[in-house]
Design a protein around this ligand. Structure first.
Ligand code: PLP
Length: 431
């Protein structure tokens, strides 16, 4: 039996000091039946060690950024160098040019970029810029997609296939919610309906081109092309939120993989190599709305800091090596096939959505193509599974809506150890 005594003590103390004991709500175990979250002490490669000395194979990857594993030597080196040279200047540096060039080479639709500090900031600003460019106010997004915690995107769908939203958080006003229309992902008819009704007022449609926030969900064939046609036909812009998908599935964005280009893109997570970062960019004429060239204001004391720039560049250098994504895909396939094989024995109702090194295991037997499908899967069973895996040294994200992320440092032996744990967990769930 693993001992979690130190984590439990730290959690008790944290609850007194830090609201809810955590600095981001998803880190609490609320969605998996509660209890003290494990306090990690050290990460190296595919592994974590907690404060009580337990070892874990990590599939959280810090909710996506850690695609090269924890403390990758090349990234560590870049951070040490930045620490030696000074981590924050408040002046332009050559690193910003170098990194912007790398991003534009990888994702050609980023004709101009701007760095900031989080995915939230990046998405928030794309919306402001789209409004500035179009002179319109409303945005449209897809149900269940998470775009950070700025007011406009903390708006839930109303009832019905395409409706004005309602606040999804206290403190978000009804007036703000009225600027947001939400429709189901992969539903072209609902999108058409919304555009027929509000198209003249819609500045932009915000879309995760491959969903990462109710599990990994692919766009159906033709969906993204239809989004472009319909939205452009009504004079609006298309913004891709590639905060999760950027450099996750290929060297570039989901837009490279799928061959569809948006007008603007928001990035974050992986491109910082584990340090705080966001970036947004797009067509030159649109981006020239941004200060100091244009009237749309966006700034940041920490933006483009030399530490995040150098860690990000180092991360992309690793990802640019040959066969990185093939390896992630092969490991993902081994994991997916292994789980399905194990389940031949137990016949639990499961569905796996996987693309390369990112995968979601849902407890439900129906395909998951939109948020309602994901909502209808069994959260209680996932909560039990999560704890059964944790107690065998496998660290997953504590929510049925999250993905398992593989890193370049996972090995076939790690996958096989994970599959053994899955076998035991399924045997317990079957009881
Ligand atoms: N957009 C997407 C698709 C995300 O998954 C997230 C975070 O999970 C964000 C935006 C917000 O990014 P951050 O947490 O860096 O603010």
């Amino acid at each position: 039996m693993r001992n979690y005594e130190t984590s439990e003590k730290l959690y008790e103390e944290a609850q007194d000091l830090i609201v809810g004991g955590v600095n981001s709500p998803s880190r609490a175990y609320k969605a998996v039946g509660g209890g003290a979250p494990v306090f990690m002490k050290k990460g190296k490669g595919a592994y974590f060690w907690d404060e009580d000395g337990n070892r874990y194979i990590d599939y959280l990857a810090a909710y996506g950024p850690i695609i090269t594993g924890h403390a990758h030597p090349h990234i560590t080196e870049s951070i040490k160098k930045a620490a030696d040279e000074g981590v924050l200047y408040g002046t332009p540096t050559a690193y910003e040019n170098q990194f912007a060039k790398l991003l534009r080479e990888a994702i050609p639709s980023l004709e101009k970029v701007r760095f900031n500090n989080s995915g939230t900031e990046a998405v928030m600003t794309t919306i402001r810029v789209a409004r500035a460019y179009t002179g319109r106010n409303k945005i449209l997004k897809f149900a269940g997609c998470y775009h950070g915690h700025s007011d406009l995107v903390l708006v839930a769908a109303g009832s019905g296939p395409s409706t004005l939203g309602s606040p999804d958080s206290a403190g978000v006003t009804e007036n703000i919610a009225k600027e947001v229309i939400t429709v189901p992902f992969n539903d072209i008819d609902a999108l058409k309906h919304a555009i027929d009704r509000w198209g003249d007022d819609i500045a932009a449609v915000l879309v995760e081109p491959i969903v990462g926030n109710f599990g990994i969900v692919m766009p159906e064939k033709g969906f993204l092309e239809a989004v472009n046609d319909i939205v452009h036909g009504a004079g609006g812009l298309v913004i891709y939120d590639e905060v999760i998908t950027g450099f996750r599935f290929t060297y570039g964005g989901a837009q490279n993989l799928l061959g569809v280009e948006p007008d603007m893109t928001a990035l974050g997570k992986i491109i910082g190599g584990g340090l705080p970062i966001g970036a947004y960019g797009g067509k030159k004429a649109i981006m020239e709305q941004v200060a100091p060239l244009g009237p749309a204001y966006q700034a940041g004391t920490m933006s483009g800091n030399p530490a995040s720039m150098q860690a990000g560049i180092a991360c992309l250098e690793i990802l640019k090596q040959p066969h990185v994504y093939e390896k992630l895909d092969a490991l993902g396939e081994r994991l997916e096939d292994g789980i399905l094989k194990i389940n031949e024995k137990y016949q639990l109702p499961i569905t796996i959505n996987r693309l390369k090194g990112a995968m979601t295991l849902y407890f439900g037997s129906r395909p998951v193509k939109n948020y309602d499908d994901a909502k209808n899967t069994d959260g209680e069973m996932f909560g039990k599974f999560f704890k059964l895996m944790l107690h065998q040294g496998i660290n997953l994200a504590p929510s049925k809506y999250e993905a398992w992320f593989l890193t370049t440092e996972h090995t076939e032996a790690d996958i096989d150890e994970t599959l053994k744990a899955v076998d035991h967990a399924f045997s317990q769930l079957k009881k």
